[in-house]
Design a protein around this ligand. Structure first.
Ligand code: 9PG
Length: 744
């Protein structure tokens, strides 16, 4: 525990906890953020506020005065805040900047707030707690990497080369107005970014740790190397003498940026009361084989298969995706493919011992729906009075419901009460929920888009109680604390690359295995900090798919090593035993995520995943190229027995690094076991973690090696042990109860 100290100098106050320091220049109206070595990584930062259809007020040049210091106690700890007030004219609103440090946190938190000193109300458009701060990593910004975080589940999250160009936000933000102007050399991220010098490994993470009220962006202008962070008040009114604050921005300039990004995730989770969980969900989902063609009969056929193969596929949940409802918006009536209705289906699922969950897109309604026909006034409106379109899908425009409207709130509460209480579902996937956050006019004019969205989520949460809510198509920040799980990437698909629609670059938010894999890797840090990550479904089938065997292995490796939900979405009855084994290999779900070691070193997708386990380390190496190639795999310090899972091959004792051929879109998954110089387990093919779950104990008494195995989903496989005469494969058959094997 360190102290937070404030020191006053002629220039202005400095606040420090020994790890991070903020130095204020009162006359200039700016501040610097210094790392533990005293380097000003962020320099000459201002804060500002802009009034809707009015002027902006910045601290830069106006000057700041020290109002005082406050002890604070909040989600981040017991901290000390420096409160600074912009020197302004009498007729200008008061702009206040609060800089908070905590003894045990390496980041500083900056918040801007405004007090309305005018006689009438004012409307606030946008806060910039960090406005055009110089970023100094000791290298030209153009040589850096920019972590671009997407605005909702399906939006690409990707590491970009700052010498190149930004990629447009996709799917496009519905309703313009609060995007920074596109500019040459400008890179824009939603909620959080990291800017990293790949050569030195140094970087800065800047992200909002509160997100319930305002959407936010952080952007970098590579020329001249400036970073800005804004949170959007969307024009809400502040009465005379009233105040309004920005969201809280954390800036972290210490140590490896990947750990700073993880610390950011911890802070966001704490601030937003992320929901805890004991275990990670697993199940079967109808979408990626049947799509809207799912029927009651097909659902039952797969359900029967799951019940019959419970040992091999021990999942909890059966998720009936899009395709049962009579229309988008009419959730309580089914179409002709579900003649017995959804309660009947929930009962059948429960009879066989599974949890049941339907898909619902509760915050929009299609033009063809009865809901829209009967209540055209329940929707967010453009200024023309026309209903706002959230998306065009299902062959119709779909309009955004106004979740600030009391009748809409009552309708939504009734939908979820019916689904969860009357029909008895245990789980719900709520999809396309960004619709509640579109820009436009609402019944309650004084809420932000983020607040309207959260009202919708709160209704779902209240109806759900402790039941499981999976968000999809969700803006990320304002979802934290209200959902148990969130989709963190675009749709997977039974093909690798997205369909090229003649676009200059591949559409990264469209369905494709590679698109879903990208976000699963780049948003790994959210899992267990904000919710359970849903990486989207595993697809293992060999027919009705364009995915090659190596692509299936890569998808399984990414899902299996990042700790999130495991939902298979194949037509189960025709699966071959070999392909079914790949589902088994991921069960039970281990639940902790590996780290993408080279996240900020490469651009686009990282290709090295490492997961440290009590007895061994897993290292996955991927080849994202379309051609096979060799990959160099750096081994940690020491000598290691190396075993590769997918080709089931023991590669010997190695140190330093290893060069491996890797097939296109494929991977190698290595178990590294520290060489103990005596008989030991070096591999297992019973689970993707290769021993972490199925090997209960391993004892060497000087003569014999005794290994106790615990059943996992895969019942047949092999354990590899070293002995005097090299490595031996011990075949394991029918592992349905605990068993001890011996070797010498
Ligand atoms: C059901 C699907 C599945 C899937 C969801 C979501 O932009 N679009 O047109 C678009 C269509 C479908 C889609 C995402 C975007 O997929 O992610 O898991 O539930 O809806 O319709």
């Amino acid at each position: 525990m360190r102290d937070v100290r404030v020191e006053e100098t002629e220039r202005g106050p400095s606040i420090t906890n020994g790890q991070v320091t903020v130095r204020v220049h009162l006359n200039r109206g700016t501040f610097d953020v210094l790392d533990a070595d005293g380097r000003a990584i962020i320099a000459d930062a201002a804060a500002s506020v802009s009034i809707t259809n009015g002027p902006a007020f910045t601290t830069r040049g106006a000057g700041l005065g020290l109002s005082g210091t406050n002890d604070v106690r909040d989600a981040q700890g017991d901290g000390l805040a420096l409160v600074l007030l912009r020197d302004g004219d009498e007729h200008e609103p008061d702009l206040c900047v609060t800089v908070t440090l905590y003894p045990d946190q390496q980041f500083v938190v900056i918040q801007a707030d405004v007090q309305n000193t005018s006689p009438g109300p004012i409307r606030i458009r946008e806060f910039r707690p960090l406005d055009r701060a110089r970023l100094d990593l000791g290298v030209p910004t153009a040589t850096c990497r920019f972590y671009k975080h997407g605005w909702q589940s399906w939006s690409p999250t990707i590491v970009l080369d700052c010498a190149g160009e930004d990629v447009p936000a996709s799917p496009p933000v519905v309703g313009p107005g609060t995007q920074p102007q596109p500019a040459s050399g400008r890179f824009v991220s939603d909620l959080v970014t990291a800017v990293v010098d790949p050569a030195s490994g140094r970087g800065a993470v800047a992200g909002f740790i509160s997100a319930a009220d305002q959407f936010s962006h952080v952007w970098l202008d590579t020329e001249p190397g400036e970073i800005t962070a804004a949170s959007y008040a969307d024009g809400v009114e502040v009465a005379r003498a009233g105040t309004l604050a920005s969201e809280r921005l954390a800036i972290d300039v210490s140590g490896p940026p990947i750990t700073a990004l993880e610390r950011y995730g911890d802070a966001l989770g704490r601030e937003m009361d992320a929901l805890p969980f004991d275990s990670v969900a697993s199940g079967w989902c109808s979408w990626y084989h049947y799509f809207q063609g799912i029927s009651e009969d097909e659902a039952i056929a797969n359900l029967d298969y799951l019940a019959e193969h419970r040992d091999a596929i021990p999942v909890d949940l059966v998720q009936i995706d899009d395709g049962y409802q009579s229309e988008i918006g009419d959730w309580l009536t089914t179409n002709e493919k579900f003649p017995h209705g959804m309660k009947w289906l929930a009962d059948r699922i429960h009879e066989r011992g599974f949890k049941a969950g339907p898909w619902v897109a509760p915050f929009l309604a299609g033009a063809k729906s009865q809901l829209f026909g009967e209540h055209p006034d329940w929707f967010v409106k453009y200024s023309t009075g026309q209903p706002a379109i959230a998306t065009v899908n299902w062959n119709q425009p779909c309009f955004a419901l106004d979740l600030t409207h009391p009748e809409v709130q009552a309708w939504a509460a009734n939908v979820f009460r019916t689904v969860l209480d009357d029909w008895g579902y245990d789980y719900v996937k709520i999809d396309f929920i960004f619709a509640a956050a579109v820009d436009g006019e609402r019944h309650d004019p004084n809420v932000t888009r983020a607040q309207a969205y959260r009202r919708g989520l709160e209704i779902v949460r209240e109806a759900a109680g402790g039941r499981f809510v999976l968000a999809c198509g969700n803006p990320m920040g304002p979802s934290v604390g209200l959902v148990d799980a969130a989709r963190i990437g675009p749709d997977v698909a039974p093909y690798w690359h997205p369909f090229d629609r003649g676009a200059p670059r591949p559409p990264m938010s469209d369905p494709a295995a590679i698109n879903s894999i990208r976000n699963t890797l780049t948003r790994y840090w959210m899992h267990g900090r904000l919710w359970q990550n849903d990486p989207d479904c595993l697809l293992v089938r060999a027919t009705d798919t364009a995915l090659a065997g190596d692509e299936v292995r890569a998808l399984a490796t990414v899902i299996g090593l990042t700790g999130g939900m495991v939902l298979d979405s194949d037509k189960l009855p025709p699966l071959t035993p070999e392909r079914r084994d790949i589902i088994s290999l991921l069960l039970p779900v281990y639940g902790r995520s590996a780290t993408p070691l080279d996240l900020f070193e490469t651009t686009d997708l990282p290709s090295l995943l490492r997961l440290e386990l009590p007895t061994h380390t897993l290292l996955a190496v991927f080849n994202w190229d379309d051609a096979s190639g060799e990959r160099e795999v750096p081994l940690p310090e020491g000598s290691w027995h190396v075993f590769e899972l997918w080709e089931e091959e023991y590669l010997g004792v190695k140190s330093g690094s290893l060069v491996l051929p890797v097939p296109p879109h494929g991977c190698r998954l290595l178990r590294l076991t520290p060489d103990a110089g005596r008989p030991q387990v070096v591999g297992s093919t019973l689970h993707i973690l290769q021993g972490a779950l199925e090997i209960a104990t391993e004892d060497w008494d000087g003569k014999k090696l005794r290994v106790t195995l615990r059943p996992v989903a895969k019942k047949d496989g092999a354990v590899y042990v070293t002995g005097e005469d090299g490595v031996r494969k011990v075949d394991i058959r029918d592992l349905t109860s605990e068993r001890t094997i011996e070797a010498s």
